[in-house]
Design a protein around this ligand. Structure first.
Ligand code: FMN
Length: 327
């Protein structure tokens, strides 16, 4: 059937409008991000940014300490930056923060570790003493890593289950079995999704060389990436979405699915660690080329996984006070 000129013109008009509307929405996302995120400055201006920067710094230190053989001398620059950030926190007279208290504990444990391994950390010890004197932290926080063996659990409630999960980075060498993989996917498929569209995507890698290749584009696996026995690519299929206002939905549905999958693995005593996919389009394209993943897949994260090595340790990853979240 021939479409009339008028119908065709109306369709073109609607498409042009959609194109401009969606472009504007993406642009507004971009501008809001630029307004609030720390993009052009490494200077954490407000309390929230400063605290988040402190957390990110201490996380590097506790992650380093949790590695199978932490190397003496690692992350000293990060530790010195953390000491400077804590000093700044004190100078600003900020309200007490359990995270800052915790950071102090991690920095003390880190400094102790380096000192015990013959590394000269006199400056850090002096900084810690000064911080203690300025009461930036109570000094009561004695830092302790978590033990992988504690993963095995008898859960009596969802709260028990959720609170017993933690990211595992030290695994036994064998890859996750087909049965475990499929069972975890089946459970995770019960994740809610917009209109039940189920755009979920997961790809499993068990070939060591392929895993190494994929991880070469990811920036958060230093110290343990070379021993990851199974790597998942978690995402969503953009083709399931459309219209003018669904631009964030692939990320939302993909991330919900990833979380369910992490819990499903945890329910089978399988450890996992999400790996950020904060990459440029260039690296996203390179990974997709390497793994033969179509362009229409929105990758939300990589997920390292394996059966936990009971001797392995994990960062304690302390949580905010609940009042920081309920606002
Ligand atoms: C989206 C996302 C990206 C993450 N990226 C990394 C990463 O690149 N490297 C890493 O070691 N951990 C990564 N993590 C794990 C976090 O460090 C971890 O979830 C956090 O410290 C809380 O600890 P927990 O998972 O043990 O409770 C990531 C977590 C999420 C949710």
């Amino acid at each position: 059937m021939k479409t009339s000129l008028k119908t065709r013109l109306l369709t073109i008009r609607s498409n042009v409008f959609s194109y401009l509307f969606i472009t504007r929405e993406f642009l507004l996302d971009c501008l809001r991000y630029l307004r609030h995120a720390r993009t052009f400055t490494s200077d954490p201006g407000n309390r929230k940014s400063l605290e988040a920067t402190i957390i990110a710094h201490y996380h590097v230190l506790e992650k380093g300490l949790s590695m199978p053989n932490p190397s003496p001398g690692h992350s000293l620059d990060t530790a010195r930056s953390l000491a400077a950030l804590l000093k700044r926190w004190a100078a600003q007279g900020n309200q007490p923060s359990s995270q800052v208290d915790f950071a102090h504990g991690v920095l003390s444990a880190f400094t102790e570790f380096q000192h015990n391994h013959g590394v000269d950390v006199a400056d850090l010890r002096t900084a810690l003493a000064a911080l203690h004197a300025s009461a930036v932290a109570s000094g009561e926080n004695v830092y302790q890593l978590k033990q992988n063996a504690a993963l095995k659990h008898n859960w009596t409630s969802f709260a028990d289950f959720a609170m017993s999960r933690h990211s595992v980075r030290v695994y036994r060498p064998e890859a996750i079995s087909d049965d475990d993989f499929e069972a975890a996917v089946r459970a995770a498929q019960h994740t809610p999704s917009v209109c039940n569209r189920q755009a979920f995507y997961v790809k499993r890698l068990i070939d060591a060389e392929q895993i190494r290749g994929a991880l070469s584009y990811q920036n958060g696996n230093r110290g343990f990436g070379h021993q990851v026995p199974t790597l998942f690519v978690m995402g969503a299929d953009i083709r399931a979405f459309g219209g003018r206002v669904e631009r964030k939905q692939p990320l939302v549905d993909g991330a919900l699915f990833a979380m369910s999958f992490i819990y499903a693995l945890h329910g089978r005593d399988i450890g996992s660690c999400p790996l950020n996919w904060c990459v440029s389009h260039d690296n996203d394209r390179k990974l997709k080329q390497l793994l033969n993943i179509p362009d229409y897949i929105e990758i939300v994260m990589l997920l390292a996984a394996g059966y936990p090595d009971p001797a392995g340790k994990s960062p304690a990853s302390n949580r905010h006070e609940i009042a920081e979240v309920i606002r």
